[in-house]
Design a protein around this ligand. Sequence first.
Ligand SMILES: [Ca+2]
Ligand SMILES: [Ca+2]
Length: 488
Amino acid sequence: MTMARITQLTGCLLILLSCAASVPTGGTIAATEVITAQIPRDSTPNVLLIMIDDMNDWVKAYGGNPQAITPNIDRFAARAVRFDNAYCSAPLCNPSRTSLLTGYSPLKTGVYGNSTHFRDVAGLKDVVTLPQYFAANGYATFAAGKIFHSPRGPSGKPRPGSDPGSFQEEWRGGLGVPFPAEEDRFRALGKGSVKTPKNLDWAPIAIADENTNDWQIADYGAQVLAREHDKPFFLACGIFRPHLPWYAPEKYFNLYDADTLQLPEVIANDLADVPVLGQRMAKQEAHEMIIKQGKWKEAMRGYLASLSYADACAGHLLDALENSKYADNTIVVLMGDHGWNLGEKRHWSKNALWEESAKTPLIIFDPARPEPIVTDRVVSLLDLYPTLIGLSGLPPKEDLDGTDLSRFLLDPTADTPGFALTTKDEGNHSLRTDRYRYTRYRDGGEELYDHQSDPMEWKNLADDPAAAEVLDRLRKQLDRYTATLTPN
Ligand SMILES: [Ca+2]
Ligand SMILES: [Ca+2]
């Protein structure tokens, strides 16, 4: 690609952008199709999607925990477009993944929990998922690990998995059993863990990376990248850690000394000004047990070790791409499905509407636009589907709820909606703008946080008269946006 050609195409892009200047930004942006065709590339790009389960912003590049050790993701982020304010549309595996892989908001899918498969929802039986859309447009599709969250396991037992038919080739080795044999053994021993109603458990495992499932999932991806492909490919690899239980090869535990870990910043009685439905979302019982047993830092070490292990698995894939013939023509997305609270708001889990659970890393590299960017634009994981369509130059899919960010990836001054909606169960919504988080529960309870002065969301301003104008504006914005998301 010569500089002259890039300049010429950029000029074309700017003309088109000026034509689209009247596009409203209060919801989805529709007029992206004319722009996405202008991405300068010599051939149809491949796509590598790396999904990392339950990954919050503790990734070092994101700064959520400066003691985190994630060299591979950091290195990738440094040469890509790093979205520092990306939010899930639902803070739980199945609703989040269903949403981002169908391209529909949870308000449309109606999938809010982990027990419903979207194929069983009226109107979604034949929905064209993201990989299916790429397959319909000439791609070969491959997957390993947890991409979809399918409750349809053998004998009806819930297990992470895929959507049968979404990928043409799928390696299903070891799904749901990240450490065969070891997992059950350590769970039974409760070694290093805290007894809680959930499997809040962690332990270093004497096992080589190569013998673990996440590594093998990444290695399947590496093998696909080493093949000869006569069609463009869409390859998705789902890394299960740092999802619980936090079992990881011991060398990743050895990276951290629990005694020197710094606890998250918290204040006493943080939940006192949170509406009752919000208080109920916090796993306070787990928090009490962890505090009582003095294991907060040890638990953090378990998450961090699992995160570093996931980072190594992601690195295996990224290295494989770099060493392949496809490095210069493959769009890479590395992302989580939602975040995680480790004691903030007395909460130990995801599935809540606070910043820690709603935010997750989203990093996109497009070889056609190799300049790295760090952006604080607020975006949604819902934007993934239309953005990958846009970047790949496929025909737009008109019924998607997210926004095609491809023009922003080409031109960081381009407009984006500037907000993201996260929904937990029916009727509990949290709207994140560049400055505020406004949450409204189904019983009318409200939270309002000003991230400019309160990044930890400690002071709920919903009852503050000085914030009445902002509150009114955000209420209306939430109502306006949710009204556009009518069920299918
Ligand atoms: Ca998850
Ligand atoms: Ca508070």
